[in-house]
Write a protein that binds this ligand. Sequence first.
Ligand code: PGA
Length: 253
Amino acid sequence: MKTSTRPLIAGNWKMNGSRAFAKDIAEALVNRLSEHEEVGFEMLLCPPAPLIDVVRESVGASGIVIGGQDCHTAKQGAHTGDIAAVMLADAGCNYVIVGHSERRGDYGEVDAVVRDKAAAAQMAGLIPLVCVGETVEQREAGEAVEIVTKQVEGSIPNGSSASTVIVAYEPVWAIGTGRSATVKDIAEIHNSIRTVLSKIVVDGESVRILYGGSVKPDNAAAILSVDNVNGALVGGASLNAHEFFSIAEAAPS
Ligand code: PGA
């Protein structure tokens, strides 16, 4: 089933960029957007935290929205180096990525932590993009559906709804490898995520489910037209304005 909302095309810059880079890319995207009379997608940029203000200034009133890449579970306190969801909201963000596989891998973030981060984001008025995805070993062992189902069940806060949570399916083996999942695999996993969401979220059939993992201009149209794919979370290709915009233009409106 397709949701009625526009596909969300999200760029995850990870730990890349500078103020000059951020300004250039955001301005280029705003220019491309202004060439369109009607825009069939929603565009989200998730820069590193020190670049949020320059991106916000550069996107102005274009409609491009901004998100953080992670947040802490607490509102404030003695957590050196961490960022609270309320701070991201205060800086002009509307979204935040939580539970990205690089955070799960580098910092041992388990589902319960991801769920608490997502809840903190919701408390701050942000929409969390909750990331899930299996490793190559789990896929080869035939456990992909089971693993992703468990991650969704464990990482989505109680009381979430289609307007307060987004899920991003990102198979770990497809991230930054140039090897995207096949449309058949994507369809299978997104369908199973939809089934879980329908059980645990009141309007689960309308929650947006993004695909991420080596989305490029040449595979975007095929991926974005798969059933239950409501957008994309783009890493590497989001660092190039032309490539990122081409991906967004491939979204069915
Ligand atoms: P990629 O990254 O597009 O470079 O594979 C996706 C992500 O990690 O969000």
